[in-house]
Design a protein around this ligand. Structure first.
Ligand code: ZN
Length: 435
């Protein structure tokens, strides 16, 4: 039988009781330098934690590119998948039948590069607590969310309860570059009736997000270089300048009001078009004959990423053709990493109503809605697995920048909201043997 008294207060008190432990757990996982390709040891740590501390049933899913490369949502990866599985932990069902709707909490454990490290005023892997903040690479995006979703479940257990329907926690890899971890685990059947992702966009559920595309652009001027190190227009860095200018004018174009869908109409510049890396030259007295730029652009929901890439390529080719040399030697384009669609979630889904209730109970305030001008793994569930999903997570600042930090009070609130949401969505039992 499902519990008849409302156990929420007991569970929220349990979050308070576990709070210092939760911060220590967050510090522990934040000290793993789990940049892309190096998530393996953290995943192993979490797998053991799920098994030994939470008595969950744990499975791992290795990403098999052959298996997922033909699926919608796949992004071409350049990293080995050896030793860095997705971890899926399921609350044990014991002998009981599942009573209601199933639920999945998901977070990514990969973090972006902390470089330039010397620009940090703290150790990026130190997880230093200063007042109400915790500093470090990935503490905001999104290890605090990972800690919150795990401790929401832990608080329920420690209060003497367990979910009355199927509940699982998934920690995924490579969210920051492809999303293939989520795709592989979803393709392996690890799904649920609803998914919450504690991405750190503040305590406001997302109902729309952008897609993201990456392109690598190669400029090769070697054919123009004379043996005496001269040659008109042979400097690849100077040629790259025209490509960068084309990117800037593309950014201006896609952010014009008439291009914006309604969900993003209120934002001045929703579409970020940026050069992320540029490599060229290796000696002051040599003319650089190769330049490689890695570029990302957001795309609006409803736009096929392949089409987004083609639009961008066509734009660059068109805008650089005033340069005679580039007209005859156009840059080469290579697709890698993000090939991600944008998404809009139907707000009528009960997921949002229940999340509103949990948010109001914990914060005493009403919950808004937001469109987020970035991409997240939520897209897989909403677009390809017909599953209601939203991002709702902690607050902080300097995501992807030096001195990234998370507001600890917001982490505690998110933990409580996730715990209360879990109770509302799954229902809970008194654990066997508890009075
Ligand atoms: Zn993130």
């Amino acid at each position: 039988m499902t519990e008849t008294i409302n156990p929420s207060q007991k569970v929220l008190a349990s979050v308070d009781k576990l709070w210092e432990e939760e911060i220590e757990f967050l510090q522990t996982i934040a000290r793993f330098p789990s940049t892309i390709e190096y998530e393996g040891s953290l995943q192993l740590y979490l797998k053991n934690f799920f098994q030994n501390e939470l008595q969950m049933d744990v499975e791992t899913v290795d990403v098999d590119e052959k298996e997922i490369s033909s699926l919608p949502g796949y992004s071409p990866s350049e990293w080995s998948y050896a030793g860095r599985p997705v971890v899926v932990a399921k609350a044990p069902r014991n002998s009981r039948e599942s009573e209601g709707s199933s639920l999945l909490f998901q977070g990514h454990v990969d973090v972006v590069s902390p470089e330039p490290k010397h620009k940090w005023s703290v150790d990026p892997w130190g997880a230093q607590r200063i007042g109400d903040r915790l500093y470090g690479r990935g503490v905001l995006d999104m290890k605090s969310g990972v800690a919150a979703m795990i401790y929401a479940y832990k608080a329920i257990r420690e209060a003497g309860y367990e979910p009355a329907s199927d509940f699982s926690i998934k920690t995924v890899i490579e969210e920051e570059a492809t999303g293939n971890g989520t795709l592989a685990a979803a393709n392996a059947g690890h799904l649920a009736d609803a998914v919450l992702i504690p991405e750190p966009f503040g305590q406001c559920p997302s109902t729309a997000q952008l897609g993201s595309i990456w392109l690598r652009i190669h400029i090769d001027t070697s054919s123009n270089l004379q043996s005496d190190q001269t040659g008109v227009g042979a400097n690849a860095i100077e040629k790259a300048q025209s490509v960068i200018e084309a990117l800037q004018s593309y950014r201006e174009y896609v952010n014009r009001d008439e291009q914006k869908p309604p969900e993003f109409a209120h934002m001045e510049e929703p579409i970020d078009v940026e050069v992320g890396t540029m490599h060229s030259g290796d000696f002051a007295s040599n003319i650089p004959v190769e330049a490689t730029l890695e570029v990302r652009s957001a795309v609006y929901p409803g736009k096929d990423p392949a089409e987004g890439k083609q639009d961008l390529i066509d734009w660059i080719l068109d805008k650089t053709k005033d340069d005679e040399w580039l007209r005859e030697h156009p840059p080469a384009f290579e697709s890698f990493g993000f090939h991600a669609e944008g998404m809009v979630m139907p707000e009528e889904d009960p997921l949002f109503a229940k999340l509103d209730e949990a948010h109001e109970l914990v914060t005493g305030k009403q919950c808004g809605r937001q469109a987020i001008p970035v991409t997240t793994d939520a897209r897989y569930y909403g677009l390809y697995y017909d599953t209601p999903v939203t991002c709702y997570g902690p607050s902080g600042a300097k995501m992807h920048e030096p001195d990234e930090w998370v507001d600890l009070e917001s982490v505690k609130n998110v933990t409580k909201v996730y715990a209360d949401f879990l109770i509302r969505w799954c229902g809970i039992y008194k654990k066997e043997g508890e009075s």
